[in-house]
Write a protein that binds this ligand. Structure first.
Ligand code: IYR
Length: 229
């Protein structure tokens, strides 16, 4: 076996860990739960504009997510152009029509019934920003060769969690939209085939008077979602 390639010694930096008093830790954990627990997926958006700079900052926050080998295997395409949104809505609704009318198994449709979703996706044109998230499966290194990334889907999923939390924290509503299949996103967004569409995140202000399904606010109790050994 050839020896593994030699690496320069690892450079380190201080952790910058901020220790908090225990009472403050408890208060912050509870406050974070209260705040993130108010997040609801929204399906009616206002056309009210949202500054680009705010979206830039939440994307920077998403870009800090833990990920495979720090290769940061994600790419965010931010769509604000009404013409692109119109094309995207038409493509998504075409797939969704086929999903709701033909492809979705009866059991899946039954599971979706309490959410009231259907093939109509007007929010894809109404909301000020759509963020198409891609999981990047490989990259070209400084050696000019193509190399794999690792845990691209898991890493991108975690980054999306950060992104949704950051948008909520900033005072915006989101919808995690997953048209299926969503390969049309590559063409519309001009992304190569080694980038896999992962999620279409819709964000902006909710429409005035928006209601959400009461069902969606019912979260499992801790005893159902955790086991302590
Ligand atoms: N992609 C479809 C269906 C859908 C699927 C799940 I799972 C949801 O939680 C919500 C919707 C749509 O966006 O309507």
């Amino acid at each position: 076996m050839p020896p593994p390639p030699a690496h320069p010694p690892m450079e380190t930096i201080p952790l910058n860990f901020r220790e908090l008093p225990p009472a403050e830790m408890r208060a912050r954990a509870a406050a974070f739960h209260a705040e993130i627990g108010r997040r609801r997926t929204v399906r009616e958006f206002s056309p009210r504009p949202v500054p680009r700079e705010l979206i830039e900052d939440v994307l920077r926050a998403a870009g800090t997510a833990p990920n495979g080998a720090n290769l940061q295997p994600w790419h965010f395409v931010v769509i604000g152009d009404p013409a692109v949104k119109q094309i995207l809505r038409a493509a998504a609704e075409e797939e969704e029509r086929d999903f709701y009318r033909n492809r979705a198994p009866a059991e899946w449709l039954l599971a979706l019934a309490p959410l009231g979703t259907d093939e109509h996706k007007p929010f894809l044109e109404t909301a000020p920003w759509l963020i198409a998230v891609f999981a990047v499966n490989s990259f070209v290194g400084s050696d000019g060769a193509r190399h794999p990334t690792y845990y691209a889907k898991e890493s991108t999923g975690i980054a999306c969690g950060f992104l949704i939390a950051a948008l909520h924290h900033a005072g915006l509503a989101t919808l995690t939209h997953t048209p299926s299949p969503m390969n049309f996103l590559n063409e519309i967004c001009g992304r190569p085939a080694h980038e896999k569409p992962f999620l279409l995140l819709v964000t902006g202000y909710p429409a005035d008077g928006t209601h959400v399904p009461a069902f969606a606010a019912q979260k499992k109790p801790l005893s159902d979602i955790s086991t302590w050994l």
